[in-house]
Write a protein that binds this ligand. Structure first.
Ligand code: SF4
Length: 349
């Protein structure tokens, strides 16, 4: 029994060969497809990514197409995936790849790592899966597997632990199948060595080498440093109508959901009278005000608790952009936080 050591390579590869999930990006693992899929998969479940990936590849099939795309196009393709800085970085990196490398992602780990939005995990995934370089790709899944294999109680959130784990995997990477080895670890973390105390050790191809399992600690591992508390913000979201149109506005270019469209909102959980007053101060003449179901949305560092109102205005205020419901659905990137308030529009369709 050894934990992370060269003895895990053969059983993991043979287990991977016997069957793994059929994922759209595994067919034709070109550098571009691996890159887009890995960025989409950060913080997002595989099942949720499938549809996004296929739509993206139909609209933006290569680096040139992404570099030339309008912001509205790639933001719309990303709508609902969250963490919108990721898609902005994809576009910035595509422009850089066209300028510096003629539209082909560089076959070099260091050059990949230097591109916007590409960290050591993504650079490792592209370099190993698409180019066949023996470099590890260590993300949260792989850190969890490593902590259990080694029976190691160091918090996996500690950057030093991550660095050490990368070095240990780098030392055992098989030079003939590095991409498959990295994918076998990802597959093990996603299907067998599951998070939240639920590893399926009896199905595991490296159980005989797993120190966490043999010490009876697999369920307690990995250890994470305590998370910072998430703050709560109360907001009052307004679904503003002028005739059949909906009033939206752009968020500031920095901060949470930077540059995306939103339903207008007021600070605090306001009563109907307080909303009337706040809109009256702005000179917005209201014809109708109805309460909507409240909703909440959780971001990494903040939770929005949202009170909602449906508001009909007599005149469209200049500070809002008015669009049809179908244009809002098809052309504007609206974060999923606002979607619960759009369900009332379904009755109109
Ligand atoms: Fe994970 Fe269990 Fe396999 Fe150890 S034996 S690597 S804890 S699934």
């Amino acid at each position: 029994m050894n934990g992370v050591c060269s003895a895990i390579v053969a059983p993991l590869l043979s287990w991977y060969d016997q069957g793994h999930r059929d994922l759209p990006w595994r067919a034709q693992p070109t550098p571009y497809r691996v890159w887009i899929s890995e960025i989409m998969l950060q913080q997002t479940r595989v099942e949720a990514v499938r549809g996004y990936f296929e739509r993206w590849m139909q609209s933006l099939p290569d680096v040139h197409a992404l570099a030339a795309a309008d912001e509205a196009v790639y933001m719309k393709l990303w709508e609902g995936l969250g963490y919108y800085s990721r898609v902005r970085n994809l576009h910035r990196a595509a422009v850089e790849v066209c300028e510096k490398y003629g539209g082909e992602l560089p076959a070099d780990y260091g050059h990949l790592l230097a591109l916007p939005g590409i960290g050591d995990y993504t650079a490792g995934a592209i370099a190993s899966i698409a180019f066949g370089f023996p470099v590890p790709a260590v993300d949260g899944n792989v850190l969890r597997v490593a902590a259990r294999l080694d029976n190691d109680f160091t918090p996996i959130t500690d950057p030093k632990y991550k660095k050490l784990t990368r070095e240990r995997f780098a030392a055992i990477m098989p030079t003939d199948r590095p991409g498959d080895f990295n994918q076998s670890l990802m597959e093990l973390g996603a299907t067998t060595c599951l998070p939240n105390g639920a590893p399926l050790c009896s199905d595991c191809p490296v159980q005989h080498l797993c120190l966490g399992y043999h010490h009876g600690n697999a369920i307690q591992l990995p250890v994470r440093a305590a998370k910072k508390m998430r703050r709560t913000e109360n907001r009052t979201v307004l679904l503003i109508r002028y005739g059949t149109l909906i009033g939206i506005r752009r968020r500031p270019d920095s901060g949470l959901l930077a540059g995306l469209w939103e339903l207008p909102a007021l600070e605090g959980a306001l009563s109907p009278d307080a909303v009337r007053q706040a809109l009256g101060v702005r000179g917005w003449q209201m014809e109708k005000l109805l309460s909507l179901h409240p909703a909440k949305h959780i971001f990494t560092h903040v939770e929005w608790r949202m009170t909602g109102y449906y508001v009909e205005l007599a005149e469209p205020p200049a500070e809002l952009t008015f669009v049809t419901p179908s244009a809002l659905r098809e052309e504007y990137a609206l974060p999923s936080a606002f979607r619960p308030f759009l369900t009332v529009l379904e009755d109109e369709e």
